[in-house]
Design a protein around this ligand. Structure first.
Ligand code: AQP
Length: 390
């Protein structure tokens, strides 16, 4: 066995040979080519079941999830424990969890070849979070802008869970030692924190990781460290990494915005989509004739970005087609395109939601396979940290 293959065997030392093939029947097992060459390439991401999925979630995240399945092993999670952080009591958390799973499948994710599950089924996420609570520093979490935005002025009254949300997110990713995470732009800071946590864990336990022979040699500046966790890369690219509210071009489109007119829900029908785009806030000027003319026009910029992402093209090409035209021309074209792309997903979601037992079976199967991987990681983490187990 070559040196690299031997090192790769070490990546999940407790996982018996052949198990990964069972976990990912469509397995691709790509090693990645940089500093982390010995980590197997693995994509992980999640969406929280806090309300109706919107166009921002779709363009910023789910559509990328679908594209990545072709060349990667992927784990897509409905992060139901995250949904408890800003609001503890939900009217129908189970229904919302099923709806996100249905959206994943309706958008084209294959839960047989990859893994689709809900976070709370795999308790190792919570276990690793506790260890990460002890790795992350208060100062790091104090800097998180999403906490500041969500806690608002009444920080003293925010839940501890909302404050430590990024530690749970780091655990979601690293319990699978995932190497790549597709997310919208708003999650960039949390991904940086995930890397900080991985790096501190690797540094602090480097000697123990080496002794146990479970690490990958990684360079940290001039030093060599035996790392157990990869330094996960965020995948944030495309024309719609931050889709803005249709009512306010300075705020991101969000599930929890009280105004339904601010967002296009994945379940909206054609009339609702057309009405919301027609009512979308814009300035009185026509679209500019050059891309640079979108500067300082956040609402126009947002609508052009949405069009470009939906049409799989660039803002430049959209301006080449619609430059100097009035919004009364552009908005109906955008509405038609949005309906064309979203209506089939909404119809498939409705079909899937009519059979909750099927969705539950998908989540159960995904949870079992995810649990095998997560337990393999946790067994090693317990040994690294010095916790006694069997
Ligand atoms: N407006 C957006 N534009 C692009 N991407 C977005 N995402 C969210 N909003 C936009 C991406 O969607 C994924 C899932 O997000 P999430 O549900 O885990 O949490 P969030 O980022 O907090 O999303 P919301 O809609 O704003 O939810 P609430 O209102 O509950 O907080 C992530 O990859 C995110 O980047």
């Amino acid at each position: 066995m070559g040196e690299c293959a031997a090192a790769r065997e070490n990546v999940n030392p407790i996982l018996p040979t052949g198990v990964r093939e069972i976990i990912f029947p469509g397995a691709l097992h790509q090693p990645i080519e940089d500093i982390m060459a010995e980590f197997q390439k693995l994509v992980f991401s999640g969406v929280q079941p806090t309300g109706n999925l919107h166009l921002g979630n779709y363009l910023g995240a789910i559509r990328k999830f679908v594209a990545l399945q072709k060349d990667n092993d992927c784990i897509y999670c409905v992060v139901d424990e995250h949904a408890l952080t800003a609001q503890l009591v939900h009217e129908d958390l189970r229904g919302q969890t099923r709806a996100i799973a249905a959206a994943y499948i309706a958008s084209g994710i294959d839960p047989k070849k990859h893994i689709v599950f809900n976070q709370s089924r795999v308790m190792q996420h919570a276990e690793l979070t506790w260890i990460f609570n002890c790795v992350a520093r208060m100062g790091w979490l104090n800097r998180m802008t999403q906490f500041k935005e969500k806690a608002g002025k009444d920080r003293e009254n925010a839940s501890v869970g909302l404050f430590t949300y990024p530690d749970l997110m780091a655990a979601d990713i690293l319990v699978y030692r995932a190497t790549h995470v597709p997310v919208g732009d708003d999650q960039k800071q949390h991904l940086e924190l995930t890397r900080d946590i991985a790096q501190k864990f690797n540094n602090d336990f480097s000697k123990r990781i080496a002794e146990l022979g479970v690490g990958v040699e990684m360079a940290v500046g001039e030093e060599k460290v035996n790392g157990y966790f990869p330094l996960t890369e965020p995948l944030i690219e495309g024309e719609a990494t931050r889709v803005m509210s249709l009512r306010d071009g300075s705020k991101k489109m969000s599930k929890s915005d009280p105004s339904d007119l601010s967002r296009i829900n994945l379940t909206d029908d054609a009339d609702a989509i057309a009405r919301k785009i027609k009512k979308a806030k814009t300035d009185p000027e026509p679209l500019p004739s050059e891309l640079t003319g979108l500067k300082d026009r956040p609402e126009a910029q947002n609508l052009v970005g949405i069009y470009a992402a939906l049409a799989d093209t660039t803002k430049e090409k959209v301006i080449a087609e619609f430059g100097s035209r009035q919004f009364s021309v552009f908005k109906p074209a955008l509405a038609d395109l949005a309906v064309e792309k979203l209506a089939p997903i909404a119809a498939e979601m409705r079909r899937l939601m009519a059979d909750p037992a099927h969705i539950d079976a998908v989540l159960r199967d995904g949870g079992e396979r995810a649990g095998m991987l997560a337990e393999a990681t946790m067994k090693t983490v317990r040994r690294i940290v010095g916790l006694l187990d069997d």
